[in-house]
Design a protein around this ligand. Structure first.
Ligand SMILES: CC(C)(COP(=O)(O)OP(=O)(O)OC[C@H]1O[C@@H](n2cnc3c(N)ncnc32)[C@H](O)[C@@H]1OP(=O)(O)O)[C@@H](O)C(=O)NCCC(=O)NCCS
Length: 182
């Protein structure tokens, strides 16, 4: 039987990582119109409100099934959500967890990803069984690469034709953080 996970609330300098609620629909709605986010996440492209609610329900399901911890990234001062941060545990039996994140377009360039990913990582390395955190970044995505490096990830190499993004296979840079070494 799967043991449901309990989502902690994590505090950074400018963000709070917490569970999504229905009040976070606006940030999901905005993400549906982003040119990148729906291609690399389960955010529905140009989804209507029902599709956005289904996205929120899927985040809760991930906890219930033990698949991973899905956090809303909320601005600390207002608690308004600005994005999403995720720790995936599908490979936890092998000591590996994956990190993912996005910030909605209107909230970018203000350090939210930097703070959110650092905050996520600080906690993630304490999750029992995690020996390695992994993250895949397209080589063009400088903002994401800087976010990863700023949180302590190290670029390990290029994975050619690693995954489908929309209709195309794309190369990905693999970044990893090994708590025992980094
Ligand atoms: C990548 C993303 C999360 C960055 O979010 P953000 O809140 O704007 O990032 P921050 O303001 O915290 O900046 C983080 C770093 O990226 C840099 N950065 C931000 N925007 C940048 C841009 N357009 N070009 C180059 N660097 C950029 C910042 O200078 C900072 O680096 P530093 O700490 O070395 O100074 C956001 O652009 C996004 O959601 N993109 C679409 C989804 C995505 O790519 N997710 C990651 C998948 S691997």
């Amino acid at each position: 039987m799967t043991t449901p996970l309990v989502l902690p609330t994590l505090l950074g300098r400018s963000v709070r990582l917490r569970a999504f609620t229905v009040a976070d629909l606006p940030v999901v709605r905005e993400a549906t119109t982003d040119p990148v986010i729906p291609l690399i996440t389960s955010v529905p492209a140009r989804g209507d409100d029902d599709a956005c609610r289904a996205f929120l329900a899927r985040q809760a399901d991930r906890l219930a099934t033990g698949a991973g911890y899905a956090f809303a990234v909320a601005e600390l001062a207002s608690d308004r959500s600005v994005g999403h941060a995720y720790l995936g545990l599908r490979d936890l039996d092998h000591g590996r967890a994956t990190v993912g994140y996005w910030i909605a377009g209107s909230h970018r360039g203000r350090g939210f990803a930097r703070d959110a990913v650092r905050t996520l990582v600080r906690w993630a390395v304490t999750v029992p069984g995690v020996a390695r955190l992994e993250l895949y970044v397209e080589p063009w995505n400088v903002a994401s690469a800087r976010t990863a490096v700023g949180a302590g990830f190290v670029r390990e190499g290029l994975l050619r034709s690693w995954q489908a993004v929309g209709d195309e296979r794309r190369d990905m840079d693999m970044y990893a953080l090994v708590p025992a070494q980094d």
